[in-house]
Design a protein around this ligand. Structure first.
Ligand SMILES: CCc1ccc([C@H](C)CC(=O)N[C@@H]2O[C@H](CO)[C@@H](O)[C@H](O)[C@H]2O)cc1
Length: 822
């Protein structure tokens, strides 16, 4: 008998080909002759999604049936990246699906590139959340990612005449095959209005909240499949809608706008992601977004808990809730409101449950990124929460006073309310008081948190603080992004490394194997050639694959010092112009990164890089040896293309400013060497790969503090270093701006008069270090050895290691085996 596989789950070539054709017909309603590339992509996506569903439903059923602890990751951002390839790798069916597509006469790569990237994040914080979701599922830890389904994600970036232009990100224009709407699980969320105290039937003091408006939260679920396991966790993203999308009464009296007004107001809440990646703006809509998704998520958790249990007394045993920075910190007050007001649990018990439920991760030391909300705005939008925060603060400061009587400064510093000038609510304080655990994202960062930003909390509760150095998923950042390298590693040590990255160390045995080094080098060369072709085809720029690919891709920010990189490029340019016979290693400087639309200096830095590129790339004296390219629209898909192609990874932030960095890990895992400062996770990468395999420069954090304390005058460096002076004067002269001496003045003046991030102090050390890079790159075998060691010693930086630490030290969560019911 011919066994016909189920169209939905079969993995044979025939079944896959039939499934794609059927989905094109029955879902897209198209037959091949009239189908667009996007139709074929959708048909393929649904074919792959079908093969996720069994695991997904089995997982949900397993969790509902058992009383397992579920990790809930609350994040305002999830930078997931394209789903197709990642799901094919985690299902272990990449090659057969690729063949099925090609045997159907379609171009797999073309279809793959059709997928709109869900850009529901700004940068590091959002991408970390995505890597952690992949590791939670791959480690079979029950988990739910809770966030916001922005209609418009991070803007698409175009570069026009050297300037960043922001384009609206209509990622949902063709629909999203990877999500399922769950209208039946909608949740109501209140805003505004007033509160009313009353005594309930048992004479207990109670408060009710009478809101101005109610908004409906509709969840959209996306399956998050682990690597080669049966576990598929859920990413639940909330969309705001009006309870009644159409007011007939208003319509009948001809008030057409009134009829849809509520709809518009409600939907605005999840309309767009705030494109700021550090500086906060304290906009009302931002607070509405934060409260909206947090309230939906906590109400959803309580509903799930009461589905499995009959009292909320052990809610904290059901759910471990991680606050991804302060953006969801309102959750502390919201859980108290739900437990006390909605479920009549007494305050002290509710507070215990709340503190045992929440944990808080801080991702930044920059003072301007620490969220604080004006009391006026907060009280208007969330009157009941303001009362609850007052109550929390009063009880908290009571404890502080008991421990530090008469230390009024300390009490004022610790208070949830910043009373100096206009009053603010300090969200980092609310998160710290309401959590049983607080962590930074790299060893240095956590130390600086304890010594500086959260010093008073550390002195109060040292036991709450632990470090959780960031990690990245080797599935997307090696297996999906660099299949050739993954293949070479598989051939040498098998495939266990993909879930046990520390096993990469076994490859150290091959460093002295010339054949292996040749293969390693060839892979990098092939990828560089592919990137050069991509840049030629899409940006009409010729780059030399033989040159050293020096890459800096990350959000544009003064503390990340993309402009220090530009100062080095101009220095090198001047060296060649002054002495054309100088023997420099041909270099291609590749930049990528978005600037927050309101961040003027960041945008000027993009303009400077493009202006320098203009001159350098068109100067016959240098262009064969120096090329500068700013590739637009840096996102996850772009990262997957550029990390494997890099020779040198630029991690040059001012010491003490980059909390961790995660790009640094992705570069090193793909064999790039790092030039960097002792900042964030660079320090731990250098410890793992060996100081001899890391190009270190610059002031350390204590040296930065000391120099600041002593009084740092950038002019001293300008006058003392003629090479630096020449570079700065060249920029001021208008040489890179068609003679316009005003264009870059704001940037030059900020350096000469402030240089907040100490570029001048680190300039010479950076230039000298770059010379060491040149020396090393000349010795191909030496460089290859260093490249191999940089990659194979990166085991620590897998997000699996980080998640295992969170599970053991913060969440007390265990893996749960999901059976595959046939
Ligand atoms: C309110 C605006 C806003 C938005 C995002 C943020 C994030 C905290 C910024 C961010 O992405 N921080 C980065 O987090 C990464 C993951 O931990 C770290 O690796 C980076 O060092 C840190 O800059 C701050 C403020």
């Amino acid at each position: 008998t011919i066994k016909v596989e189920d169209d939905r789950t079969g993995l044979s070539l025939e079944t896959l080909k039939r499934a794609i054709a059927d989905n094109l017909f029955y879902i897209q309603g198209k037959y091949p002759a009239i189908a667009t590339k996007n139709d074929f992509y959708m048909a393929l996506a649904y074919t792959v999604r079908d093969r996720l569903l069994q695991r997904w439903l089995n997982t949900t059923e397993t969790y509902l049936k058992s009383k397992v602890k579920v990790v809930c990751y609350l994040s305002a951002e999830f930078l997931m990246g394209p789903h197709l390839s990642n799901n094919l790798v985690n299902l272990g069916i990449y090659d057969q699906v690729r063949r099925a597509v090609e045997e159907s006469g379609l171009d797999f790569v073309e279809l793959r590139e059709q997928e709109e990237e869900p850009g529901l994040g700004n940068g590091g914080l959002g991408r970390l959340a995505a890597c952690y979701m992949d590791s939670l599922a791959s480690l079979e830890i029950p988990a739910i990612g809770y966030g916001i389904r922005y209609e418009f994600g991070i803007f698409d970036q175009e570069i026009r005449d050297g300037w960043q232009i922001e384009i609206t990100d209509k990622w949902l224009r063709y629909g999203n095959p990877w999500e399922i709407e769950r209208p039946e699980a909608s949740i109501d969320v209140k805003f505004g209005g007033y509160t009313q105290a009353y005594n309930d039937e048992n004479g207990h003091y109670r408060v009710r909240w009478i809101p101005d408006i109610i908004v409906k939260g509709v969840p959209y679920d996306t399956p998050i499949l682990g690597y080669k396991v049966n576990t598929a966790n859920t990413l639940r993203l909330w969309k705001a809608e009006a309870p009644e999308s159409f007011e007939f009464e208003a319509f009948n009296v001809g008030d057409y706008y009134g009829a849809v007004n509520e709809k518009v107001v409600a939907e605005n809440i999840t309309k767009v992601l705030y494109p700021n990646d550090e500086p906060i703006q304290g906009k009302q809509l931002r607070l509405q977004q934060q409260y909206f998704f947090v309230s939906c998520s906590l109400q959803d958790m309580i509903r799930l808990h009461l589905h499995r249990q009959d009292s909320l007394d052990n809610f904290h045993e059901s759910f471990a809730v991680q606050l991804n920075d302060t953006h969801p910190a309102i959750g502390v007050a919201e859980l108290m409101r739900l437990l006390v007001d909605e479920h009549q649990i007494d305050w002290d018990r509710a507070w215990q449950i709340t503190q045992n439920t929440f944990a808080y991760t801080n991702h930044t030391l920059l003072p301007e990124a620490l969220e604080k909300w004006p009391l006026s705005l907060f009280g208007r939008l969330l009157p009941r929460h303001l009362q609850i925060i007052y109550e929390i603060n009063q009880r908290f400061l009571g404890q502080v006073r008991a421990k530090y009587p008469d230390d009024h400064q300390r009490i004022a510093r610790l208070s949830l309310i910043d009373e100096s000038g206009e009053k603010y609510i300090r969200m980092a304080h609310l998160a710290s008081v309401g959590s049983h655990a607080i962590n930074g994202v790299a060893a240095l960062h956590t130390k600086l948190l304890q010594q500086d930003v959260l010093r008073d909390f550390y002195e109060l509760w040292p036991e709450k603080f632990t470090n959780k150095t960031n990690g990245v998923t080797p599935r997307r950042w090696i297996v999906v992004s660099n299949p050739k390298l993954a293949e070479l590693i598989n051939r040498k040590i098998g495939t266990n490394w993909i879930k046990h990255l520390e096993e990469l160390k076994q490859l150290e045995a091959f460093v002295e194997d010339a054949e292996f080094r040749q293969q390693w080098r060839q892979i990098k060369q092939d990828i560089k050639r592919d990137l050069a072709e991509y840049v030629k085809k899409n940006h009409a720029i010729d780059i030399n694959p033989q040159s050293l690919f020096d890459v800096q891709v990350k959000r544009i920010h003064e503390y990340k010092r993309q402009h220090l990189n530009a100062l080095y490029i101009i220095t090198l340019y001047n060296q060649i112009k002054q002495n054309p016979n100088i023997d420099v290693v041909p270099r291609t400087f590749i930049f990528g990164g978005k600037a927050a639309p309101g961040y003027f200096m960041a945008k000027l830095i993009i303009k400077l890089i493009n202006s320098v590129a203009q001159v350098v790339n068109n100067d016959p004296d240098v262009r064969e040896r120096l090329k500068v390219v700013f590739l637009p629209d840096y996102n996850v898909r772009f990262g997957q293309r550029v990390y494997p192609a890099a020779d040198l990874s630029e991690q040059i932030s001012t010491a003490g400013k980059e909390a961790s960095g995660t790009g640094n890990m992705k570069f090193s895992m793909n064999g790039a060497l790092t030039i960097g400062t002792l900042d964030g996770a660079n320090i731990e990468i250098r410890e793992e790969v060996g100081a001899e395999n890391f190009f270190l420069f610059g002031l350390t954090t204590p040296e930065v503090y000391a120099l600041k304390a002593k009084g740092y005058n950038p002019w001293d460096y300008y006058h003392a270093n003629s090479q630096l002076k020449t570079v700065i004067d060249l920029i001021s002269s208008g040489f890179f701006s068609h003679g316009d001496t005003n264009l870059f003045r704001p940037l030059v003046d900020s350096l000469l008069y402030h240089d907040q991030y100490m570029l001048f102090a680190d300039y010479q050390s950076y230039v000298d270090c770059q010379e060491q890079v040149n020396q090393a790159y000349r010795d191909e075998e030496k460089w290859t050895r260093m490249s191999i060691l940089n990659a194979v010693r990166m085991g620590k930086f897998s997000s699996d290691r980080a998640i295992r630490e969170y599970c053991q030290e913060i969440w007390n969560a265990q893996p749960v085996n999901v059976e595959m019911q046939e």
